[in-house]
Design a protein around this ligand. Structure first.
Ligand SMILES: *[C@@H]1O[C@H](CO)[C@@H](O)[C@H](O)[C@H]1NC(C)=O
Ligand SMILES: *[C@@H]1O[C@H](CO)[C@@H](O)[C@H](O)[C@H]1NC(C)=O
Ligand SMILES: *[C@@H]1O[C@H](CO)[C@@H](O)[C@H](O)[C@H]1NC(C)=O
Ligand SMILES: *[C@@H]1O[C@H](CO)[C@@H](O)[C@H](O)[C@H]1NC(C)=O
Ligand SMILES: *[C@@H]1O[C@H](CO)[C@@H](O)[C@H](O)[C@H]1NC(C)=O
Ligand SMILES: *[C@@H]1O[C@H](CO)[C@@H](O)[C@H](O)[C@H]1NC(C)=O
Ligand SMILES: *[C@@H]1O[C@H](CO)[C@@H](O)[C@H](O)[C@H]1NC(C)=O
Length: 508
């Protein structure tokens, strides 16, 4: 009798203590962002660590970036606002100095008692983060960049065809022969592990780790080539320019053409495509670079205590690997916009979610997952100057829900890409703001992608939906490769009109 009483008392005390600690102790956050990693499946390449992580995650398998370019995508993700709100479509403006003093994800965590760290490429470096990765606003410590970053574009790739070191696209290397005897992502991993082991434990941490591969050049330890034998690499199903593709949707992937190995193929500008043998070689190296990063993610996760840490993994945008004749990012195609998005958090059960979601949803989701002060309003207009409002929505209800996924209102994702002209030019991939004349707005539902390329005024930041330069409609049920534009098929008129008005009402 007495014994049972004591045991119960201990249980009650233990319960109270547990409840109290779960309220007061905030979870740490590990935020992993991989550069240019498109949504890959096991048919492309096995990524054992990401697959294992996905099996333990809420896995949003239809996640789309807001713009397929590093700086606009990262600033959008990190502020929770669309490129239109930041007026950033290139690399050359810093929102705090041009549009508004908007709060970032790490800044909000810092203001709520977290110690925040940036390791590797988190913000896009340079003007778009004021040459400081938004320090001190976002970070408790000065952001870390690996010393070997300075060799990232150097001529360090041994080319057996010309027997010399070149700045190639395809660049498997022996790490010990590299300048600095390391690679940026290896140094990023070491530093991130050091932070996890040696940091001051008095505060929860928000650690952002940005891996730079599989961004080009495709430079990685050469052993990863053996893990992706070329005999098992498949070509894209549709390697040519689709007949009905509006010309404004094409981009000439100049950065790929200009690498030494690709330049030597003399591919004609702007519509030449890469020969099949090289298509396979580039795909192999992209997959090998992804496999390299997969190992680094696995190593990093081995230092994480999942009992008190929220882990998020994503990428800034995807990458075309020869689909429809296209390479790199710079477009509104699924391959350029679709990214992995995984959340692991204490108490969250693993599942796969197929409804379309957006990178702007990450900020509100993390606020909810970590129990930071909520009630943050939705931004009213793209011009909203509130320092803290969201263009996206919290995914926490979806993560926790046992309901079928079709019950949610926001079942679409919106993205955009600018162009200087209809006909592809040397600056069509990355037009500077002063050259932008056209904006392609794209809406993706579970089944369709609809894109409208319209006139855009780059000084007033206004759009004219009456001036259209190209329309695209793809039905993913029958055309997952987006190779067959259905815009002018009469039987799709109703769908097209519906998507067009949904898009317009959400772009404003
Ligand atoms: C912008 O916000 C930061 C952080 O709240 C604050 O320290 C700074 O003074 C603000 N700057 C302006 C110009 O309002
Ligand atoms: C950005 O950097 C410039 C030059 O160092 C500085 O004058 C400006 O105040 C910075 N902006 C903010 C918001 O800190
Ligand atoms: C950890 O942080 C606390 C509070 O900021 C400080 O008092 C303490 O000296 C720090 N410890 C170390 C080892 O830096
Ligand atoms: C590319 O052009 C150069 C210069 O005209 C020529 O020497 C080379 O053989 C060409 N290469 C291919 C693969 O056609
Ligand atoms: C995490 O929690 C589990 C179950 O409560 C426990 O067995 C394990 O030791 C904990 N791990 C760490 C690293 O705290
Ligand atoms: C944008 O609008 C301004 C003001 O109406 C006009 O002067 C300018 O020419 C427009 N720019 C473009 C590219 O149409
Ligand atoms: C676009 O066309 C509609 C209907 O044809 C018209 O009412 C509207 O004023 C036009 N908008 C612009 C910006 O020209």
């Amino acid at each position: 009798m007495f014994k049972i009483g004591i045991t119960s008392l201990i249980k009650v005390l233990f319960f109270i203590f547990n409840v109290r600690t779960s309220i007061t102790l905030k979870s740490n956050v590990l935020f992993i962002v991989i550069d240019d990693l498109r949504h890959l499946t096991g048919q492309d390449v096995r990524l054992p660590n990401l697959e294992k992580m996905a099996a333990n995650s809420v896995n949003f398998k239809n996640t789309f970036a807001q713009q397929a370019l590093c700086a606009p995508s990262r600033n959008s993700l990190l502020t929770g606002r669309r490129p239109d709100a930041l007026r950033l479509y290139d690399f050359y403006s810093y929102w705090r100095d041009t549009v508004g003093n908007f709060t970032t994800i790490p800044q909000y965590f810092k203001e709520n008692g977290y110690e925040t760290f940036s390791v590797g490429k988190v913000f896009h470096p340079g003007k778009s983060s004021n040459f400081t990765d938004d320090y001190p606003y976002s970070w408790s410590h000065y952001p870390y960049h690996p010393p070997t970053d300075k060799f990232k574009d150097s001529a360090v790739c041994w080319d057996t065809r010309v027997k010399k070191l070149q700045s190639n696209l395809i660049c498997p290397v022996r790490v010990k022969d590299q300048p600095g005897k390391s690679l940026p992502d290896l140094q990023t991993l070491d530093y991130a592990v050091k932070v996890l082991r040696e940091r001051n434990n008095s505060k929860p941490y928000f650690l952002a780790v940005g891996f730079h591969k599989p961004h080009i050049p495709l430079k990685f330890p050469q052993k990863y080539l053996e893990k992706v034998p070329i005999s098992r690499v498949n070509p894209p199903r549709y390697p040519n320019i689709p007949k009905r593709l509006p010309v404004v949707a094409w981009h000439p992937w100049a950065d790929v053409r200009h690498r030494d190995d690709i330049a030597s193929l003399n591919i004609s500008f702007p519509f030449g495509t890469i020969p099949k043998k090289w298509t396979l070689k580039i795909r192999q190296s992209y997959f090998a670079a992804a496999r390299y990063i997969d190992d680094l993610v696995g190593a990093l996760l081995s230092y994480v205590n999942f009992n008190n840490t929220v882990v998020v993994l994503t990428s800034d945008h995807g990458w075309s690997l020869g689909e429809n004749g296209l390479w790199a990012k710079y477009s509104n195609f699924d391959v350029a916009l679709r990214v992995p998005l995984l959340f692991i958090a204490p108490g969250l059960s693993p599942k796969t979610v197929s409804k379309p979601v957006e990178l702007v949803d990450i900020f509100p989701s993390l606020v909810d997952l970590c129990g930071l002060p909520g009630n943050i309003p939705k931004c009213n207009t793209v011009e909203d100057k509130l320092t803290l409002c969201f263009d996206g929505k919290s995914l926490l209800p979806v993560m926790k829900s046992k309901l079928q996924q079709n019950q949610y209102i926001y079942d679409f994702a919106i993205s955009q890409y600018p162009r200087p002209s209809v006909y592809p030019r040397s600056n069509s991939d990355k037009p500077r703001l002063k050259d932008i004349k056209i904006m392609g707005y794209s809406i993706r539902t579970k089944r369709y992608r609809y894109t409208q390329w319209i006139s855009f005024n780059n000084t007033l930041f206004t759009r004219d939906w009456n001036k259209t330069y190209g329309l695209e409609l793809y039905d993913h049920l029958i055309d997952p490769d987006e190779s067959n534009d259905l815009c002018f098929e009469p039987k799709y008129n109703a769908i097209k009109n519906h998507l067009s008005s949904l898009l317009r009402s959400n772009v404003k």
